[in-house]
Design a protein around this ligand. Structure first.
Ligand code: ZN
Length: 315
């Protein structure tokens, strides 16, 4: 495994699985561990702070508590982790051999309908917002919400514009199709789907159709391949070859510049055969090389495409 194929993973839910002592040692029921990140040559891991919007209590308050947990994790693993707030932080992390961490928020419910809360999150170090989770919210309709179907609300339009101005990455994974197209129209910056796959290969409502994939590519964004077996194959019986099938399809439809990884580790209850956690990235890479992907394309998929988005969007 060559050092040159280091990985940027655009989505994991590990923060929700950390216990009070922020233990990232290997445990068989968790996907992401410190040793797994090193073995997988993960150079930057995006950590999503997700709270259940339907649980009692202020969404923002609970979100900020989870962000405190993220900061305790950074303190505990200061010798290994380096928070990424801008591209220079990512370069610093590479240079000293640490793993860069990028803090994201999954679900715009935490804004509680106030633009000022977006700045609170930005100031807390958040550099990416997934506009919705499974339930439609004040910003936009959600792909999995059959009750309420809508696009970006007028508040959502303000959120997208402010994210452009602040230098935050807009993530449309989980958003409704209507919201997706509204975001494409309103955003002046690349838009990403941090953890979604191709509908043409697996027709799940969380996946993207070819038109959406082309629109993301045209704006300079990326689609992070999600490893959830039910987003990879109709039957849920999936392996590394199914991950490759989605890479192939997305690359075929819109080019290799828009393909990336967004594993969803620790957010999914099952893994494809042959995948155990970030330590399995080298096996996916090996498979791509066996299939004669050029080294340049593999580097794009592993990290260069995400680096391009970060360079364009982050201030
Ligand atoms: Zn998700």
């Amino acid at each position: 495994m060559h050092r040159q194929f280091f990985v940027i993973d655009g989505h994991c839910d590990t923060l929700s699985k950390l216990d009070d002592i922020n233990n990232l040692e290997y445990r068989s029921n968790n996907h992401v561990s410190l040793s797994g990140l090193y073995k997988g040559k993960v150079a930057i891991q995006f950590f999503a702070a997700w709270i259940d919007p339907s649980s009692p209590g202020s969404c923002l308050h609970r979100e900020l508590q989870l962000i405190k947990r993220y900061k305790r994790m950074l303190d505990r693993y200061a010798a290994h982790f380096c928070p990424v707030l801008c591209l220079a932080d990512a370069e610093d992390a590479f240079n000293v051999g640490k793993i860069g961490t990028l803090l994201t928020v999954e679900g715009g419910d935490v804004l509680e309908g106030r633009l000022s809360n977006l700045e609170t999150l930005y100031n807390a170090g958040v550099r990416l917002l997934t506009l919705t989770w499974n339930r439609s919210n004040q910003i936009a309709g959600a792909a999995m919400d059959d009750q309420k179907r809508y696009g970006l609300t007028s508040f959502g339009i303000e959120v997208v514009k402010r994210m452009n101005a602040l230098g935050m990455i807009i993530d449309i994974s989980h958003a409704s199709e209507e919201a997706f197209w509204d975001v494409i129209e309103v955003s002046e910056q690349p838009v990403i789907a941090s953890h979604s796959n191709a509908k043409a290969i697996c027709p799940h409502p969380r996946n993207l159709d070819d038109g959406q994939i082309r629109a993301i590519a045209a704006k300079g964004g990326v689609v992070g391949i999600n490893f959830y077996p039910l987003f990879l194959s109709k039957t849920g019986d999936a392996g590394i070859i199914d991950i490759i099938k989605h890479i192939e399809h997305i690359a075929g439809v819109a080019g290799t510049d828009c393909v990336a990884f967004g594993s969803d580790f620790d957010g999914i209850e099952a893994l494809p055969q042959g995948i155990e956690g970030p330590q399995s990235f080298p096996d996916i890479i090996e498979e791509m090389l066996k299939l004669n992907y050029s080294e340049e394309d593999v580097k794009k998929i592993c990290h260069n495409n995400f680096l391009r988005v970060m360079e364009k969007v982050l201030k």
